[in-house]
Design a binder for this molecule. Structure first.
Ligand SMILES: [Zn+2]
Length: 397
C-alpha cells in the first residue's frame, strides 16, 4: 500500500497536461497528494493500492489546478474613482492630468504610503483573487519611479506573500513611466534604473523579473534594450508591456532576449510572433484593459495559434486601465472578445500562466511532482467555469 495524505476520487479531472484530451481531461479521475505535492494521477479504478489519511469523493465535480494571475499591478496607493467620474462627466484626459490625475496621482499616493499601508490596501484585492481560486500572483512595481519607492513596492509584495500564503512573483517595472523629476532627462532615468535600481533589486533578491512599458507614451525600443541588458547582467529574466497601442515590434524585442512573456500585444505582427515562437515566449492577453480602454485592435490570436505560441490570460489589475480583480470575468472576456476556446482560456490561467512566470515545472498542472494546489468546482461541465463571469466560485481550494 502507498500512504498518502489525500485522495480525491471520481472527479472530472482537468489536468491541463498534454494527454491528448481536451485540457488533459481524465473522466472519473483521481489524484493522490502527499504533503504539498501531487504524487499520482489516474483513474479512480486504479486507486486500490493507496492508503490515504483523507478521501474526497468528487462525484459530479470538476477538479482543476489552482489559477495563476500572471500580470498585475496589485500594489498601489490612492484611488482614481474620482477621475473615472470626471471622465464620465466629460472632462478631458489632459484636464484630469493637469488637476494632478492620471498615473502620476498613483505615483504620488504610492510614494506617500508606507510598506504596511500598501500591504493593507492590496490585501482585499489579493483576497478577492484568492476567492476565485488564484494561488499564484505576479505583482509589478512601477508606481514608485525612484530608487527607494520602487524597492519599497517590491518589499510590500513580499510582505503580502507572507500575510496571505500565496505564491507571489515580483517584477521590477521601474520603466513604467518617466517620473516628473526626470521629465527633461530620459537618459538619466534609464541610467538610474540600469545602474542602481536593478542591481539593488537583484542583490536583495526582491525581483523575480524585469519589465518595461515599450510604447510611444512609454519607453522606446532602444531604452527598453538598455533596461533588458542590465537585467541580463544581473541574471534576471525579462517580460514586456508590448505593442498595446501601436506596433513597435516590442514582442519581437522581448523574444530576442528569451523573455518569459510579451503582454497586451494587440498590435503585434507575424514577424514578432515568429520570434516569440523561436524563443518560446508566452503571449499574455489582457482583455480587461482592452475593454476599459475601448480598444478596437484585437490581439492576433489566429497567428499565435498558427505558430504554436502559448497564450496566457491575466487581470492586469491596476488603478488606471484595469480596475478589476475578477480573473474569472477575464476568462470569459478572452473568449467573447478575442475568440479563445474554453480550453485555451483555462490553459491561459493554469499551465500557460505558470510558463509566463517561469514556474511551469511546479505549477499550473495536475501531474506527479507538481504543487498540490487544486480547485474543486460544483459542476460537471468545465465550460461552466468560463461561462459565468465570476459568479461560480470554487467549492474547495
Ligand atoms: Zn500592466
Amino acid at each position: 500500500m502507498t500512504k498518502c495524505d489525500l485522495l480525491i476520487k471520481h472527479a472530472t479531472l482537468i489536468t491541463c497536461t498534454d494527454n491528448g484530451q481536451m485540457c488533459g481531461l481524465i473522466d472519473n479521475g483521481a489524484v493522490a497528494v502527499s504533503g504539498n505535492k501531487i504524487i499520482w494521477t489516474g483513474l479512480s479504478a486504479e486507486t486500490k493500492s493507496f492508503d490515504p489519511l483523507k478521501v474526497i469523493d468528487a462525484t459530479g465535480q470538476v477538479v482543476t489546478p489552482a489559477f495563476i494571475d500572471c500580470h498585475t499591478h496589485l500594489i498601489f496607493g490612492g484611488n482614481r474613482a474620482n477621475e473615472f467620474a470626471m471622465r464620465l462627466a466629460g472632462e478631458s484626459y489632459e484636464a484630469i492630468a493637469k488637476a494632478g490625475g492620471g498615473i502620476l496621482s498613483t505615483v504620488k499616493a504610492t510614494r506617500e504610503a508606507s510598506i504596511d499601508e500598501l500591504v493593507d490596501l492590496a490585501l482585499p484585492r489579493a483576497e478577492h483573487l484568492m476567492s476565485q481560486g488564484v494561488r499564484t500572483i505576479e505583482i509589478k512595481s512601477g508606481y514608485g519611479l525612484d530608487f527607494d519607492n520602487e524597492l519599497k513596492m517590491l518589499k510590500a509584495a513580499k510582505k503580502l506573500q507572507q500575510q496571505t500564503g500565496l505564491t507571489i512573483l515580483t517584477t521590477l517595472l521601474a520603466a513604467h513611466a518617466l517620473p516628473p523629476e526626470y521629465k527633461d532627462n530620459r537618459i538619466g532615468y534609464i541610467d538610474l534604473i540600469c545602474n542602481e535600481i536593478i542591481p539593488q533589486a537583484a542583490k536583495e533578491q526582491l525581483a523575480d523579473a524585469v519589465d518595461a512599458f515599450c510604447e510611444g507614451i512609454g519607453f522606446t525600443p532602444d531604452e527598453t534594450r538598455r533596461v533588458f541588458d542590465a537585467a541580463a547582467r544581473w541574471g534576471l529574466p525579462v517580460k514586456l508591456h508590448a505593442d498595446q497601442l501601436s506596433n513597435l515590434s516590442g514582442a519581437g524585442l522581448v523574444a530576442e532576449y528569451g523573455g518569459l512573456s510579451a503582454d497586451h500585444i494587440e498590435y503585434t505582427d507575424e514577424a514578432s510572433i515568429k520570434k516569440m515562437a523561436e524563443s518560446d515566449t508566452v503571449a499574455t492577453l489582457l482583455p480587461y484593459a482592452f475593454y476599459a480602454l475601448q480598444e478596437t485592435q484585437k490581439p492576433p490570436v489566429d497567428l499565435f495559434r498558427k505558430h504554436y505560441v502559448d497564450m496566457a490570460i491575466a487581470t492586469d489589475c491596476n488603478p488606471g486601465t484595469a480596475p478589476t480583480t475578477n480573473l474569472l470575468q477575464c476568462l470569459h472576456m478572452a473568449c467573447t472578445q478575442f475568440g479563445l476556446t474554453v480550453e485555451e482560456a483555462l490553459l491561459g490561467v493554469t499551465k500557460n500562466a505558470a510558463k509566463a512566470l517561469g514556474m511551469d515545472e511546479s505549477k499550473g498542472q495536475i501531474a506527479e511532482g507538481y504543487d498540490a494546489e487544486l480547485l474543486l468546482w460544483e459542476t460537471k461541465d468545465v465550460a461552466d467555469i468560463v461561462y459565468w463571469q465570476g459568479h461560480r466560485l470554487p467549492k474547495h481550494i
